[in-house]
Design a protein around this ligand. Sequence first.
Ligand code: ADP
Ligand code: MG
Length: 248
Amino acid sequence: MTTGSGISIRNLSKSFGDTAVLTDISLEIAPGERVVVIGPSGTGKSTLLRCLNFLDRPDAGTLQLGDLSVDAKTASRAEILALRRRTSFVFQNYALFANKTARQNITQALIAVKGLSKADANRRADDILRETGLTARAEAYPAALSGGQQQRVGIGRAMALDADLMLFDEPTSALDPEWVGEVLDLMRRVAEKRQTMLIVTHEMQFAREIADRIVFMSEGRIIEQGPPAQLLENPQDPRTKAFLRRVS
Ligand code: ADP
Ligand code: MG
């Protein structure tokens, strides 16, 4: 069983001013597939994720998510909203509402994005709080939570949306080392549901464990990709080899 849809990314390009940040990215992700993106910083990994829900608008290319097809050049407001409803995003810096409790950060998304009633949103939030181990912290504000707890709220909020595709942008990079393990454990549990996931991370051991495929990017292009064992142990491109030497 899988959770979510596949996505086809075709010929995606994005520039900021004169700087090409993504060049002709094509990537197929199957339903339930867990894909990890690695690569040097400044290479366009965040921009790629942000283009997939039009937080950054791509200049060209098409996205197909389930039966929804969106062309960057002609995308309507309605198509962009539909795309956003079908994706969820976990940010490096959690991006929680500081003036809302853990529970309210989850229910707000359910009410605003999924149109749930307050009662239904609270019921769903109870399940999510339990699943993320946050029941005892439900009424706490982000400032009173540890970094690990804050990011578990961020992941819980994304889980609650039942998105076709979950996007994670370096979800453990802002954490003190002591909190990294619990956040990776929660992501493992999400991955076990065969939820379609696209994850940018520098946690190589985690990537090796949970990824069906690892994609290496450099300077706005996909350089090579393959199953973890192949990409990590037998990289073909000199840029991949150099990067892996630096991070391992
Ligand atoms: P990565 O996530 O791989 O570190 P990013 O996608 O954040 O890379 O950035 C890729 C490049 O795009 C960098 O050179 C960055 O400075 C540039 N960039 C990202 N966002 C913007 C923006 N909103 N405006 C201008 N340049 C940007
Ligand atoms: Mg980034």
